[in-house]
Each structure stands twice: as C-alpha cells, then as structure tokens.
Ligand binder design. Structure first.
Ligand SMILES: [Zn+2]
Length: 479
C-alpha cells in the first residue's frame, strides 16, 4: 500500500514493473495438459477454432497444405461451413465426427506416435460409441437445460458430450437466424462459458486431469478471476485512512508536495518479519528514473521520416509498441492529433495520410521532440525523432517491411503493456490457501484499470493511489 503524489516526487504506480501473468507453452496446451487451466485455455482456443471469423487465429489451427494431415482440421472447416447453412441432422452428424476426431482419433494418433511414453499419466481416448449414442439420441436434454440445474454441478462425461452438442447446435441456430458472427469468447457469455466448461472437461476426462470443473469454477479460471482476501482488503482500507489523515494534516499546514516525510509505503506480508510484524512500513520510494509514466525519460525514435506516414506511426509505434490507447500527439505546443470518444476522426483524415516531415507545426524531422499523451491511461512521454533513410536489407530476399524499419532507444514503456487479448492465465491455485475468499468478478486488466481510474482525479494535482503489493515484493524489505 503506498501513497502517490506527483508533487512530492515519489514513486508512481508504474515505476515498478507489474508481475506478469503465467504463460503456458503451446505444446502443453495442445498435447500435454496436466492442470485444469491447461484444458480451459485449450477449450477457449477450440471456441475460436469454430466461431472466430479467422479460423487461423486459433492456437489449435493446423495448416492442411502440408504432408501430415490433421485428424480434425478438415471436419472443423466443414462444420464452420455448415453452421450457418446446413440442416440440424447434417450439423449434428458433423459435430459427432468432430468430437470423435478431437477426443478419440487425435488422442489415439498421439498414443500411436508414442508421444506419452515417458508421461506420468497416459491419456485414454473417449470411446466412439459414447459420442454416437448422444448424436443419435435427438431427445436427450443437455444438463444446463434440465430443471434443477445449478452452476456448481459437476457434469459427467455423457453430460459434457450432450452439452457440447447442444452448445454447437445453439450457436448454429444463432448463425442461421442472424447470419452474423458469434461474439468473441467472454466469460459472461453463457453459451461460450458452457461450451468451454464441457469441452475442457471432456479433455480432462481424456487426460485424467482433476478436479472436473463446474460451470462456476471454470468461469473463475477462464476469466482470470482473482480471489481477494476479505481481511487483507479491510487492513489495506484502514491503512488508506491513516495515510489520508497524514495527507490532510499536510494540506492544512499548506505543505503540499511534502508527503515524503509523513506518509509511508506499507507492505502487507503473508509471512511475518523476524520482529513478528505483518505490516512493514518504509518511507515512500523515489521515482524510478527510467519510468515512462513519470516522464523522466525521453524516448529516442529512429525511422525514415519521409517514408513513414503518420497513420502507420500511430498504429505501429504509438499504439502497438508503446501501448497507448487514445493518444494525443503534440509537436511543440501544437496538438496535431487526438483520439477519443468525442473526437471526430474525419477531422484528422487529411493529416494521418501525410508523411511525418509534412505534418503541420513544422512536421517531424531529425531532432524534433514530440509529446504523446493519453488521458485515459494517465500516460505521457516525450519522444525525440531521429531521421534515418538508409535501412539495409540483410540480403536480397529480405522482405522487411517499412513497418519494421524503426528503432526505439531507451527503455520501453512499462505502462499500458497489459495485453488484454492475451489468453494467458494466472494460476491462482496458491491463492486459495488463506481461508475466507471473496471473488473479485473482474479480470486482471480490468482490476488494474479500475483501480487507476477510480482513484485518480485528473483535476487534482495530488494523486493518491493504493496498491496492494504482491507477496513477491517481500524481497525489497531491509530486514
Ligand atoms: Zn513512475
């Protein structure tokens, strides 16, 4: 828990890099899952494989042009075609083929290739007739459609098969009636979440992964929901109030900008210190000189200012590379470009197509310093432009596009690097050992954003922000 105040010259929210989420290797997801989170990531990719506008964006996509044909890819493509056009009987039949391919044929193929020779647990394919009997039985009711169904129910293997068929049939009904695309995976989309629950559990049955997840618990994993501990929240809230007293006292003395000697950075520790304390106060740290957000750093950007258009620069560098979402760009004191809800894009249509040197306010030339701001993220950075026209190709066939012909010098920004589209999941198993938990129904990125937005008042110079420190920060203690 800390106090952030720009005028007091103390560390800001972004001065320390945030802990990154756990990443799972593709092969673990595709071939050797061992934890519920692995099969849930797989099921989200399966959802993409069937319903994403671009099938190749799924991690499970396999190119069929090579020598080695996938056992399921042809059926996936066939089903995608049929979803919006074919009749129920045809679609059910193809769904059956696909489920058999994924949960039997593909597994058997990998067993035959002796992929699991050294594995602790050898997967066992789900028998073909488990699927065929469900496909034939048109009257079977999916578990989620049965009376008395609860989100905490654990589905049997047959329940999962029945639910999977039902989910894909529902999706095809939506596609046949509306003709539009299914939304991207969202944990709050009931159909998407039921699909992920049953298809991930079928994979758990194949690989002997325990426990089988209920709709409710799968949603927790799929949506990166982090359990928060009620007592910690209460302690931090109390600390906030104590710090607020200190800030108010300074304000009454008209001594703003001097919070360093009265406010404290307080670590909330999971394990007590040698003196037996769970709360460890330290003085407010000074800003990280390389922090992008406190703008002590000027970035050096080298590129061909005559060839790059402003549009490409905004897309490729300002947004993708630097992590801005709604940038405003200034040359000197002139705003040459802004984005935001109330900004008319057409206004800048003539500007964005210009090359950098031809921009208004003198353009961006060698040595020009521009300022990029984003009020929605409370971000600001100065960038020094360096012109370079000779970009060597490594060899004649080198197809490096203009979009990759740039160099950013200095440390890249830390803020705004949270990739929301990333499917990486945090393994929260070790978070569950503290007794009472309340579930924070937001994913990681939302939590961070709402913390920032909720506590920062843009009209006020004094910015107070409370950051609950992860236990990894213990290493910074002096004891
Ligand atoms: Zn900072």
């Amino acid at each position: 828990m800390t106090v952030i105040d720009k005028s007091s010259n103390v560390e800001c929210y972004d001065c320390q890099p945030k802990p990154t989420q756990k990443v799972y290797p593709i092969c673990t997801i595709r071939s050797t899952p061992s934890m519920p989170v692995h099969v849930i990531v797989w099921a989200k990719e399966f959802y993409k494989l069937l319903f994403n506008p671009k099938v190749e964006e799924s991690m499970l996509f396999e190119d069929q042009s090579g020598d080695e044909k996938s056992t399921f890819m042809d059926i996936v493509l066939q089903l995608r075609d049929e979803l919006a056009t074919a009749n129920d009987v045809k679609i059910r039949d193809t769904i059956g083929q696909l489920l058999i391919a994924l949960y039997n044929t593909e597994i058997q193929k990998q067993l035959d290739m002796e992929r699991f020779k050294t594995a602790k647990k050898v997967p066992s394919p789900i028998p073909v007739d488990s699927f065929t009997k469900m496909i034939v039985d048109q009257d079977s009711i999916a578990p989620s459609k049965q009376s008395g169904y609860k989100h905490t129910d654990i589905w049997s293997k047959d329940d999962c098969i029945s639910e999977a068929i039902s989910c894909i049939m529902e999706a095809s009904k939506i596609l046949r009636e509306g003709g539009s695309l299914l939304p991207e995976f969202d944990k709050d989309d009931d159909l998407a979440m039921r699909f992920v629950t049953c298809t991930s559990n079928l994979r758990s049955y194949v690989f002997g992964i325990e426990p089988i997840q209920s709709h409710y618990s799968a949603k927790g994993i799929a949506g990166n929901i982090i359990p928060a501990i009620a007592t910690t929240n209460a302690i931090v809230a109390g600390l906030q109030v104590l710090q607020a007293f200190q800030i108010l006292a300074k304000q009454m003395e008209n001594k703003t900008g001097e919070l360093k000697d009265c406010c404290r950075f307080v670590y909330c520790l999971r394990d007590k210190t040698r003196q037996g304390y769970y709360l460890q106060p330290t003085s407010l740290p000074s800003p990280n000189p390389k922090c992008f957000v406190c703008r002590s750093a000027v970035l050096q950007l080298t590129l061909d200012t005559t060839k790059w258009t402003f549009e490409t620069m905004v897309k490729r560098i300002i947004k993708k590379e630097l992590g801005f979402t709604e940038p405003s760009v200034n040359i000197g004191s002139s705003i040459i470009y802004e984005e935001g809800d109330d900004i008319d894009d057409d206004e800048y249509a003539a500007i964005v197509v210009k090359s950098l040197v031809d921009l208004p306010a003198g353009g961006m030339k060698d040595g020009t310093i521009i300022t990029i701001e984003d009020f929605t993220q409370d971000l600001e950075v100065d960038v020094c432009i360096n012109h370079k026209s000779d970009w060597e190709k490594k060899d004649a066939d080198d197809e490096v596009g203009l979009e990759d012909q740039f160099i950013i010098g200095g440390d890249k920004p830390i803020a705004g690097k949270c990739d929301q589209e990333n499917d990486q999941l945090k393994n929260d198993e070790d978070e569950n050992d503290d007794g009472i938990v309340i579930v924070d129904d937001e994913d990681i990125s939302n939590t961070v954003d709402s913390k920032k937005r909720g506590l920062i008042d843009d009209d006020d110079d004094d910015i107070i922000e409370v950051v609950e420190e992860p236990s990894t920060k213990k290493t910074r203690l002096s004891d």
